[in-house]
Design a protein around this ligand. Sequence first.
Ligand SMILES: CC(C)(COP(=O)(O)OP(=O)(O)OC[C@H]1O[C@@H](n2cnc3c(N)ncnc32)[C@H](O)[C@@H]1OP(=O)(O)O)[C@@H](O)C(=O)NCCC(=O)NCCS
Length: 151
Amino acid sequence: MFRCVNSANETDENMLKHFLSLWPGWQNYNAANILSTPSWKLFVKSRDISSGGEEIIACLIFSVVSPTAEVIDLYVLPSSRKQGIAKHLFMYATAQLNHLDKVSEIILEVRPSNKPARSLYQSLGFLLIAERKKYYSDGENAMILRKDLSH
Ligand SMILES: CC(C)(COP(=O)(O)OP(=O)(O)OC[C@H]1O[C@@H](n2cnc3c(N)ncnc32)[C@H](O)[C@@H]1OP(=O)(O)O)[C@@H](O)C(=O)NCCC(=O)NCCS
């Protein structure tokens, strides 16, 4: 199931807390704080688990200041990759942002060395608009990509 997780829902908060513990770079972040950040929207793909309930297997975070949504981060659990999950999560989130939040462009940063992510964004129709030199702490440049949703 693809959906937007909700700060008012305790089950969502617990699912996100577990997912963050598996997401490199996000282990020290607090799920409640993330969900209550006003401009942030989190879209997830979840699946049913045998013990009942659901677990998140992919998460896509945006900062939304209409008409622009900026991707904060995206992560699919390693065991669930290469099944089209990131692509379909992106398509779901994009349609929601476009219809409900009047978003007409999506911007993101990606490392030139991140081939899977670059292929994903290319397949979704993102175009290179700029490069930021030595953007990352290890000195790697960032590619700035944009997708126009206005037509
Ligand atoms: C990048 C990432 C989100 C892709 O997730 P995914 O669910 O495996 O991607 P999908 O299965 O939806 O793939 C969609 C397209 O992306 C590309 N792609 C995905 N994984 C790829 C890989 N390992 N190598 C090359 N291309 C890849 C392909 O073009 C694919 O289209 P195709 O299936 O028609 O060939 C995932 O690898 C991930 O979580 N990586 C670590 C975090 C990260 O890098 N996030 C991005 C930050 S900018």
